[in-house]
Design a protein. Structure first.
Length: 239
C-alpha cells in the first residue's frame, strides 16, 4: 500500500515465516507510518490484547462497541478484542481543524507502534481503555504503560488481560541508562534514536532484540531515544 510504510518484527498478514511467529506472549510488533487522510478501514479482531503507542502525529480509533478516541504521543491505548470487535484506525491529520487552513497545519504522517499479546482468558467481553502518561514520568526511566501483572496494579497506566505481561516505555536523553526487567522473555524495541544494549552493542531506530532468561541488562542511550520493552513471564509455547 503506497500510503503505508510498515515494518514487522514477526510474521503478519501475508508475510508468514513459521520460524518467526512470536516471542513469549508477543505476536505482533508493527512499526507503522500512515500518510495523511489514510488508514486502516473497519476490520475484525478476536481474543487479542492490542496496545497502540503513537510516536508522532495522531491516530483516530473507532470501534463497534461505540468507543472513539484520538491517540497521540504519550497516550497509551488498549483494545481488548475478546469475543470479537470491529475497528478502524486512521491518520487524524485531516480532522484536527474545521477549516482548510487548520487542516493544512496538521497535514503530517502518523507514526505509531502497535503490539498484540494473547490474553490469559479467551472469550472475554471486548473492552477499550486509554490514558495519558506524563512526559516527565517517561523521562524518569522505564514506566509501565500497559500491564496485567499483579505487581503493577497500582502503577500501570492501562490494564491488559494478560497476567504474565507488561509493556514499559522510556524517553531517554543521551547517556541516560535504564535496566531491563529480569524476566524469562523480554522484547526491546528502539522506537526512536539509538541505544547501546549490554552484551549486544549499538541498536538503531527500528531495531528489536529478543531476550530469553538473559537477566536485567543495561540499556544506555547513545542519543535522545525512546524505547518500548515487553516483560513476559510465560510463552505461547508453554500454554
Amino acid at each position: 500500500m503506497s500510503w503505508l510504510d510498515s515494518h514487522h518484527s514477526f510474521s503478519f498478514g501475508p508475510h508468514y515465516d513459521p520460524a518467526n511467529t512470536h516471542h513469549g506472549l508477543l505476536l505482533v510488533n508493527n512499526d507503522d507510518v500512515v500518510d495523511p487522510g489514510k488508514g486502516f478501514e473497519t476490520h475484525p479482531h478476536r481474543d487479542m490484547e492490542i496496545v497502540t503507542w503513537v510516536l508522532r502525529g495522531s491516530l483516530v480509533h473507532q470501534d463497534s462497541t461505540g468507543h472513539t478516541g484520538v491517540i497521540y504521543p504519550g497516550l497509551a491505548q488498549r483494545m481488548s478484542a475478546g469475543t470479537g470487535i470491529l475497528h478502524s484506525e486512521k491518520n487524524d491529520s485531516w480532522t484536527l481543524g474545521d477549516t482548510a487552513q487548520q487542516r493544512e497545519m496538521h497535514d503530517d504522517p502518523v507514526h505509531f507502534v502497535q503490539m498484540w499479546v494473547v490474553p490469559d482468558t479467551a472469550g472475554a467481553a471486548p473492552g477499550y481503555e486509554q490514558l495519558e502518561i506524563s512526559d516527565q514520568a517517561l523521562r524518569d526511566g522505564l514506566v509501565p504503560v500497559a500491564s496485567g501483572m499483579p505487581t503493577h496494579r497500582d502503577d500501570a497506566a492501562i490494564r491488559i488481560g494478560q497476567r504474565d505481561a507488561a509493556l514499559h516505555a522510556a524517553r531517554l536523553v543521551s547517556g541516560q541508562q535504564v535496566t531491563l526487567p529480569d524476566a524469562p522473555y523480554v522484547h526491546l524495541f528502539v522506537a526512536a534514536g539509538s541505544v547501546s544494549l549490554e552484551g549486544a552493542g549499538e541498536l538503531q531506530e527500528g531495531d528489536a532484540v529478543r531476550l530469553t532468561a538473559a537477566g536485567g541488562r543495561a540499556v544506555t542511550a547513545e542519543s535522545a531515544a525512546e524505547i518500548l520493552v515487553w516483560e513476559m513471564h510465560s510463552s505461547l509455547s508453554e500454554n
